[in-house]
Design a protein around this ligand. Structure first.
Ligand code: ATP
Ligand code: ATP
Ligand code: MG
Ligand code: MG
Length: 298
């Protein structure tokens, strides 16, 4: 851009780089999805097509941005995690958030007709998402963040499953079901489901109970008992900044890996111990053959 007397306006822009060597989580959430899900008649409490569409859009985001090391989705929200070593957009907050939100939204709308072929999108019921970035100073706290989202998924899903079963199979009004569930704990809801409707909550689909976790697939490791995964972020903090060519090499390796969609416990250590590349940020070995039991997506 040529120098002009107007260029001083650039100085009004505020720097917004996120703290170095911290985990960056960008969480997006559908705007007004309660209404949107009514309009397109999502199946209650869990519309599988809507969840598959969220996951497909998130896989596209992971592929587009190799700096992302893991993502977790439930309902109309998705959390995307950048490793502490990430230098994308010089870690500028607005650039990271708006890129994730718009890439996700673009794919969500692009893929909509694949998942809802008989329900074309109609204004004003067009999907949009908000987003925010939060930084976490250690892998332990990042894991607690992920655990928080998965516990939320469990609590909401148990409530929603019980509520909608009472309404749909028990012929109760929304108000009556809500009233009866007020103040109940998990055990009460499990009992209502089992005694009244013969439903064992444990047999519900994993995608509903656990949400969806996305990561790049390398050769799975045996869980290691010796060291606790989650406290080794100090190594990345003390690591010297990676050179541009190192970053490009890692980016290429990550692009080669397949992004998988899994519905597993991410609260316990095992998930992280078997997939050390997620927290270390170092790509592992590409698997020799497709022998894992997860749902692979290209
Ligand atoms: P806000 O704009 O504040 O986020 P919202 O209407 O999107 O408001 P949320 O708290 O984000 O409210 O809740 C999303 C709602 O979208 C859920 O409560 C549920 O009604 C609906 N929803 C999202 N995904 C699904 C799905 N897969 N199946 C059925 N309903 C869904
Ligand atoms: P999220 O926005 O985090 O993706 P969601 O939109 O699916 O989740 P919420 O809107 O948080 O779910 O909750 C759905 C409904 O369930 C709300 O009406 C909420 O008040 C109710 N609810 C959730 N958990 C409980 C609970 N433990 N006890 C009573 N009501 C609950
Ligand atoms: Mg929402
Ligand atoms: Mg939500």
């Amino acid at each position: 851009m040529a120098n002009s007397k107007f260029e001083y306006v650039k100085d009004f822009e505020q720097p917004d780089a996120l703290l170095p060597n911290t985990w960056i989580v960008v969480r997006i959430d559908g705007r007004g999805f309660h209404k949107l899900s009514d309009h397109y008649a999502f199946v209650k409490p869990n519309d599988r097509r809507a969840l598959d569409l969220m996951n497909a859009a998130a896989v596209a985001v992971m592929k587009d941005l190799p700096d992302l090391c893991i993502a977790y989705g439930v309902s109309d929200e998705y959390s995307f995690v950048f490793h502490p070593t990430c230098q994308l957009f010089e870690r500028r907050n607005a650039k990271l958030v708006t890129t994730i939100v718009s890439t996700f939204t673009a794919y969500y709308i692009h893929l909509w007709s694949t998942y809802f072929p008989s329900k074309p999108l109609q204004p004003p019921y067009l999907p949009s998402f908000d987003g925010r970035a939060v930084i976490y100073p250690s892998a332990r706290i990042l894991r607690d963040y992920m655990s928080w989202r998965q516990v939320d998924c469990h609590i909401n899903n148990l409530y929603n499953t019980t509520f909608w079963t009472m309404v749909q199979q028990g012929d109760m009004s929304n108000t009556d079901a809500e009233q009866e569930l007020k103040g109940t704990v998990s055990a009460d809801k499990n009992e209502i489901l089992f005694k009244r409707f013969g439903i064992n909550y444990n047999n519900e689909e994993e995608i509903y109970k656990k949400g969806s976790v996305l990561y790049r697939q390398y050769e799975l490791q045996q869980p290691s008992q010796e060291h606790e995964v989650g406290d080794e972020d100090e190594s990345s903090i003390s690591e010297p900044k990676q050179s541009r060519s190192q970053q490009d090499k890692l980016k290429k390796l990550r692009r080669k890996a397949q992004v998988v969609v899994d519905h597993v416990d991410i609260i316990r250590d095992e998930f992280w111990q078997r997939r050390p590349w997620i927290l270390s940020g170092k790509p592992g070995k590409l698997p020799a053959a497709d022998s894992n039991d997860t749902q692979a997506t290209q």
